[in-house]
Write a protein that binds this ligand. Structure first.
Ligand code: ARG
Ligand code: ZN
Length: 849
């Protein structure tokens, strides 16, 4: 199917399907390499949009087809079939054969460790049978599964079962991408939930028998908390008798919201204190919430076409972010989300892969499950909420749910409910969905006769296919502080709509210090001449936690930049500021830990590039290491006391309070290990009774090139646990010395438990190599070539994961000519690979473009 030139699909070409499907009956006769799927579908022509009867189909062998019981001979092509069809309603029947056992792309029906499972979003259902595989074609599914396996699951409610078969009925019309089937030797961790209207729902998390059974309890708790939260905060109730989650080991993404049968990458659902870190727990809780929340934002209201992906993903990410904030600290969550957005989404938005939150064209839709669609998509919801206010947001959402329940909707529908409930004109706001790129907002200010004025100018650089941009609506949350540090103007939201715009504050006794873009109120880059004295002032006095943290981050970036470009020693403002934060027991430990963490090496490369300097990854690596040492020496005296204060007594619990304490304790350990030669880290490693402390002990040792014994012991201890071994593989590469990173990755691929067919394991090694900035950008180009070779190999097995991982090269134009040439060579070699997938071909083409 790679023979034909890949086709570009355009939003402007959208046209409804020419038929309605009134019901869908599927029978699966499971067999590892020859599963038979029989479909029986009641079809009715769509008189408003007549069209040919075309069904998608890929890698499926047609055995027979009938219309109204009579044999037909459709015209079959590489991507589907076309058949002459009656003018009125008819019944379509077909039998196909597929081979789950050899499906290494992990799309459609495949096998993971002997378990049959599916992944249909976005366009995987067409690998199961011939079908109009598009999200606007919705139908009721009735599924029969035949197979000698203890557990046979599909969407909806179970209707009947017997020895070797089971039947399921999903009464809620859904698109095919939400279809799921799971069959295998599985055991359930079961519980229940009573909904707000008193309906009992059976809850199950299915895993393979064995050690995974002990890793379900936390996920079950998270599911119940999510169900309750969606009732309390959005008024959304669950709508089936049963909700099943299945953990599978081989999965391209994190998890999937199939109606009533969520399928998870086991790394995103299974947790235990001994094997999972605090960050694992936090992530698992967020992903379980995310998939559950999709039941309303995604399933009950789905997307008309894949260009509208952000309609469900942006909103659902926003909802899971709110949820996580409610479980712990909104401030900490906001900072974490802003760090992710600014490092990864800004990187995408400012490179060759930049695309609007709602793209207008694609070749392979799987390439658009991006940080821009998801996380920038969530920022747009946050801005909308900030602009209209909390009450209006809730009213708009209520209208969205009542008006569009059962619909395959669009961004236009979404914005319309806000216009209808608030009377606002959102024409300009809509540009956030269509314009790619990160707006730069330049700020100047002046003070005269008691009037303080802020002058803003916005400008968005060109992105691929979009040379010029129009002004966007930017909510800028602002507060003002007096010179002595008291707040003279509490947070107010300025609504910037023009290219240049000024705002005045009257009646001030002296020139205030502005705190701009509080709570990171818009996904923009703020540009302002600011002294380190002012940054340190905000770090001490700002009442907005995000800006308090951000001032420290800006200060650290300045210190690192000067150390790299001018070889200057760290500004005392930074060291004193950090010391004050560390000492301040009134501050949340989790917040203090965030303040202690320095910008990543990649963030520094971006910062230098933006400032017009060609980044040298090795120099950045050394500068960050040096600053950590200097900081450690500066705060040396207070470290033991903080360590003692952060000791968590009692049994391990992943709650935000305890996790925050461990987070600060481990930041402190990182500093301490640079002074005591790893003594404290070795002790922590030896004493640890949970993975958070054990892994942090090991990491602190590896970071100072020690810990060989502990690494070997860790491996022996956890050899049988795949998820812990992924951590070991990842950490071993991430913390290798820069000149050893490529060798280390290569050596790990030769280990017997390296398995390139398992995306988690492949990502553990090669994601870590790509994320090891100084190692990946080794001047010899050895890491580029190693990754390129492995991506070419993986592409033949699993295009989707390969294509995602090519983004390691998206910043190639940032670097010196030597590195640019080597990275371009790797991309060009990939592009020329015989039989390259459409997925990877599109990505490489855009990066070279
Ligand atoms: N809808 C899923 C989620 O965000 C992601 C599935 C994406 N899968 C894919 N192959 N593109 O929860
Ligand atoms: Zn999602």
């Amino acid at each position: 199917m790679t023979d034909a030139a890949p086709q570009t699909i355009y939003l402007k070409d959208y046209r409804p399907f020419g038929y309605y499907l009134d019901d869908v009956h599927l029978t699966f006769r499971l067999a590892a390499s020859a599963t038979r799927v029989v479909s029986r579908i009641s079809v009715r022509p769509n008189v408003d949009f007549p069209g040919e009867f075309f069904l998608h189909g890929q890698d499926v062998k047609l055995i027979w087809a009938k219309i109204d019981g009579a044999d037909v001979t459709p015209v079959v092509s590489a991507d589907g079939l076309t058949c002459d069809a009656p003018d009125g309603p008819f019944v379509w029947e077909a039998e196909v054969e597929i081979s789950p056992a050899t499906n290494t792309a992990l799309e459609g029906l495949y096998m993971s460790n002997g378990v049959y499972c599916t992944q249909c979003e976005a366009e995987g259902f067409r690998k199961i049978t011939f079908y109009p595989d598009r999200p606007d074609v919705m139908s009721v599914f009735c599924v029969r599964i035949e197979g000698e396996l203890p557990v046979l699951l599909s969407n909806g409610n179970p209707t009947s079962h017997g020895d070797g078969w089971a039947e399921w009925l999903d009464p809620w019309p859904k698109p095919a991408y939400l279809f799921a089937l799971v069959a295998g030797d599985l055991v359930a961790h079961s519980d229940g939930f009573t909904t707000m209207s008193g309906k009992d729902v059976a809850l199950n998390i299915y895993v393979r028998p064995g050690p995974d059974e002990a890793k379900c309890a936390f996920g079950m708790g998270a599911l119940k908390r999510s169900m309750k939260w969606d009732e309390d905060v959005y008024g959304r109730e669950y709508d089936l008798d049963i909700f099943n989650i299945v953990a599978v080991d081989d999965f391209n993404m994190g998890a999937m919201e199939n109606k009533g049968l969520n399928i998870f990458n086991s790394s995103c659902v299974l947790a235990s204190p001994e094997t999972s870190t605090d960050s694992n727990f936090e992530r698992i809780e967020a992903i379980i919430a995310h998939e559950y929340f999709h039941n309303w934002t995604g399933n009950r209201i789905t997307c008309r076409d894949w260009f509208q992906l952000c309609l469900k993903e942006g909103l659902t990410v926003f909802r899971d972010q709110q949820y996580t904030g409610d479980q712990g600290s909104h401030a900490v969550k906001r900072i974490e989300d802003a760090i992710t957005l600014r490092s990864r989404q800004f990187r995408e938005d400012n490179g060759p892969l930049a695309h609007p939150v709602r793209p207008e064209s694609f070749i392979e839709i799987n390439n658009f499950y991006t940080i821009t669609v998801y996380e920038k998509g969530a920022e747009l919801i946050g801005m909308l909420k900030r602009l209209v206010g909390d009450d209006a947001y809730r009213k708009a959402l209520d209208l969205y749910f009542t008006r569009h329940d059962g619909d395959a909707a669009t961004i236009e529908d979404w914005l319309q409910v806000f216009e209808d409930t608030t009377g606002r004109d959102l024409t300009q706001f809509k540009r956030w969905y269509s314009q790619a790129g990160t707006p730069r907002v330049t700020v100047t200010d002046d003070f005269k006769d008691g009037v303080y004025a802020l002058h803003f100018e916005q400008q968005t650089p060109p992105t691929p296919g979009q040379d010029s941009k129009s002004a966007q609506v930017i909510p800028i949350a602002v507060g003002l502080l007096s010179q002595d540090g008291t707040e003279v103007q509490p947070t107010t939201v300025l609504e910037m709509t023009a290219t240049t715009q000024s705002f005045a504050f009257n009646g001030l006794a002296e020139k205030p210090v502005p705190s701009l873009l509080r709570d990171f109120s818009a996904p923009v880059i703020l540009q302002r001449d600011q002294t380190n004295v002012e940054r340190a002032f905000l770090m001490t006095h700002d009442t907005d936690p995000f800006n308090k943290w951000d001032a420290g981050d800006a200060l650290a970036k300045d210190v690192l930049t000067k150390s790299i470009t001018e070889n200057t020693a760290p500004d005392a403002a930074y060291l004193d500021g950090i010391t004050a934060i560390l000492r301040n027991d009134a501050l949340d430990p989790a917040f203090r830990a965030l303040c202690l963490s320095l910008p990543s090496e990649d963030d520094m490369a971006k910062a230098l590039h933006d400032a017009g300097t060609v980044p040298d990854p090795l120099a950045i690596h050394h500068a960050i290491e040096a600053l950590k040492l200097t900081t450690a020496q500066h705060v040396q005296d207070i470290l033991p006391r903080i360590q003692a204060d952060m000791i968590v007594d009692g049994p391990y619990s992943p709650d935000a309070k305890n996790a925050g304490k461990r987070s600060l304790a481990n930041s402190v350990l990182g500093l301490l290990s640079r002074l005591d030669d790893g003594a404290a880290a070795a002790k922590q490693y030896a004493d640890a009774d949970n993975m958070t402390m054990q892994l942090a002990g090991l990491a602190a040792l590896l970071r100072i090139s020690k810990g060989e014994d502990q690494s070997a012991a860790f491996r022996d201890q956890w050899r049988a646990d795949r998820l812990v071994m992924d951590k070991w593989f990842g950490l071993t590469v991430s913390l290798a010395a820069p000149d050893l990173a490529a060798d280390t990755a290569l050596r790990l691929t030769q280990e017997p438990d390296f398995d390139m067919k398992n995306p988690n394991r492949f990502r553990a090694v090669f994601g870590a190599l790509a994320g090891h900035s100084a190692g990946f950008h080794a001047p010899s180009g050895v890491s580029y070539r190693l990754l390129g070779d492995w991506l070419a190999k993986l592409d033949a097995i699993n295009p989707q994961t390969t294509a995602r991982m090519t983004t390691a090269f998206e910043t190639w134009r940032r670097y010196d000519v030597g590195r640019q040439d080597q990275m371009r060579d790797v991309l060009e070699t990939l592009a020329k690979t015989a039989g390259l997938s459409r997925d990877t071909g599109e990505m490489v083409g855009r990066m070279l473009g």
